[in-house]
Design a protein around this ligand. Structure first.
Ligand SMILES: [Fe+2]
Ligand SMILES: [Fe+2]
Length: 160
């Protein structure tokens, strides 16, 4: 396990909770709009996660021939999931929206498992500590969580 895969795995953990919540709320939805609003919130977060992976970890691993096929598959699945989320926003029939939402959640869970079982462990083997730390830093910039600077003396720019 290294910094960048730990960060991405942490994001997966949050998404699993969001997928469970979305899935659990499907049966009680009164209208398509309610499901679409909930799905839209998950979609925007998930699209951000996919971009962070593509522009960071995936790019760093692309030079490894063994991973080119799996990475192409992961990028394809990102676009398939994104397109399905766009399609759901054009639909108005509640049962159809519920069914597509279930399919997307299933696809996303499978996609995450492939990353966790193939991509992240591979990254753990081939990225050295400095490459992983640099990707971790890039992740923090993309995620906007690098705004608080901790100084060498232990102080920070945060005022309590
Ligand atoms: Fe992904
Ligand atoms: Fe992921």
């Amino acid at each position: 396990m290294n910094r960048i895969t730990t960060a991405l795995l942490g994001e997966h953990g949050v998404f699993y909770a969001l997928f469970d919540h979305l899935e659990g709320s499907l049966e009680d939805a009164h209208c398509a709009g309610q499901v679409k609003a909930r799905a839209g919130a998950v979609a925007s977060a998930l699209i951000g996660h996919a971009r962070v992976e593509e522009q960071g970890l995936f790019q760093a691993l692309e030079a490894h021939a063994a991973l080119q096929g799996p990475l192409a598959m992961m990028r394809l699945e990102h676009s398939q999931i994104e397109e399905a989320f766009e399609r759901i926003q054009t639909m108005d029939d509640l049962p159809a929206v519920q069914q597509l939402a279930r399919q997307i959640i299933g696809l996303a869970r499978q996609h995450f498992l492939k990353e966790e079982q193939v991509i992240f462990p591979f990254a753990g083997r081939v990225l050295d500590e400095s490459a992983s730390a640099a990707l971790g830093e890039q992740w923090a910039v993309q995620r906007g969580v690098n705004r608080i600077k901790v100084h060498a003396n232990g102080g920070s720019n945060l005022r309590w």
